[in-house]
Design a protein around this ligand. Structure first.
Ligand code: 3PG
Length: 382
């Protein structure tokens, strides 16, 4: 993919509009994880160091357009940015009237409060473009959205990819396009239907795929195993069989089962061919974890999205923790992405041992489904 990047831009003396993804989890005004803010700093600092002024845009959550709602205000983000950058980053509220506060770096209030942002309105894109001289797209996590601040604006300003977008694309290309073999994908989660396109795309690219969670149950059923009362999707058994023809799907050999899913349930481990009618699979066992660890050890490239059990419940987290440890110990190039995956990485403290952790949720998934992300596509042609 050939995109013009920030390194190609003349920045000195210019006002640079940066679209970042500062959509971080906030509870009662307190940021729960500032990973996306920290990942956005490199581009901001690059512009400042090259003599530019920064006007930053982001969305936060999915507020109703046209109405201010303090729950979705970017104020906590402006405060965190001020702390991280060691100078005041004011929050601009009247930017749609062309009014910006003084400052070398200002953050515009939630762009999704603006009617027409999500619809990619030409007028809104034009109005935003009037606030600066150059546009830098650094919101990898929002690159799958065709909105005024991600796509529309590129019709009105010279546009470049930011440092985070550049890093993300490099990491994804290394793991999915120019893969060093043997390659292994680990795709977990509750439903095959939500990962069908990912599985379809990766089955043509990766040598082996570990399937976990509810997804594994559908594959187990497709392979003829009795899976008791475990969650699975009967309609997708034929699809699962097709995927199994393209690539080697690594199925669990033993699993943790319960009779009812709750924190107090006793987890029993059983061979995959000895489940009872009322068993519910909630985790993978020691045999499977050792088998996965062997596969991980011999892989040169690993792409990981989704846990292999209900790891939020301590007694059902054995397999996901073992998987994390194996990835941390491996010398492979490892790429991880997706909300649950990042929670597991944080829970088991392995972030520093993963080669690259994507900031994208939906955008990461669409990329590994083989889809073109519209906000990156426009940077290629302009
Ligand atoms: C995300 O969290 O995946 C991105 O910020 C995109 O958010 P959205 O799904 O609300 O567009």
């Amino acid at each position: 993919m050939k995109m013009r990047t920030i390194h190609d831009a003349e920045i000195q003396g210019k006002t640079v509009l940066i679209r970042s993804d500062l959509n971080v989890p906030i509870e009662n005004g307190v940021i729960q994880s500032n990973q996306r803010i920290v990942s956005s700093l490199a581009t901001i600092q690059y512009v400042l160091e090259h003599g530019g002024k920064v006007v930053l845009f982001s969305h936060l959550g999915r507020p109703k357009a046209g109405e201010y709602d303090s729950k979705y205000s970017l104020l906590p983000v402006a405060q965190d940015l001020s702390r991280l950058l060691c100078f005041d980053v004011p929050l601009a509220k009247e930017y749609m009237q062309g009014i910006l506060p003084e400052g070398q770096c200002v953050l515009c209030e939630n762009i999704r409060f603006v009617k027409g942002e999500v619809e990619n309105s030409v007028e809104i894109a034009q109005q935003l473009a009037r606030l600066g001289d150059i546009f830098v797209m650094d919101a990898f996590g929002t690159a799958h959205r065709s909105h005024a601040s991600t796509v529309g604006i590129t019709s009105f300003l010279p546009s470049y990819a930011g440092i985070l977008v550049e890093e993300e694309v490099q990491a994804l290309t290394k793991a999915i396009e120019s893969v060093e073999k043997p390659s292994l994908a680990i795709i977990g989660g509750s439903k095959v239907s939500s990962k069908l396109e990912v599985l379809g795309h990766l089955s043509h690219r990766m040598d082996k795929i570990i399937v976990g969670g509810g997804i594994a149950n559908t594959f187990l059923a497709a392979a003829g195993y009795a899976i008791g009362k475990s969650l699975y999707e009967p309609d997708l058994i034929e699809e699962a069989k097709k995927i199994m023809k393209h690539t080697e799907i690594l199925l669990p050999k033993d699993v943790g089962v319960v009779k009812e899913i709750n924190e107090a349930s006793i987890v029993l481990y059983k061979g995959i061919d000895s489940l009872e009618e009322d068993d519910i699979i909630v985790d993978v066992g020691m045999l499977t974890s050792a088998y996965y660890a062997d596969m991980i050890e011999t892989a040169s490239t690993i792409v990981w999205n989704g846990p292999v059990g209900i790891f939020e419940i301590a007694s059902m987290s054995y397999g996901t923790e073992a998987l994390c440890r194996a990835i941390a110990d491996s010398r492979a190039y490892s790429l991880a992405g997706g909300g649950d995956t990042i929670s597991a990485i944080e829970k088991f403290g392995i972030a520093e041992y993963v080669s690259y952790i994507s900031t994208g949720g939906g955008a990461f998934l669409e990329y590994i489904e083989g889809k073109q992300l519209p906000a990156l596509a426009v940077l290629e042609c302009r």
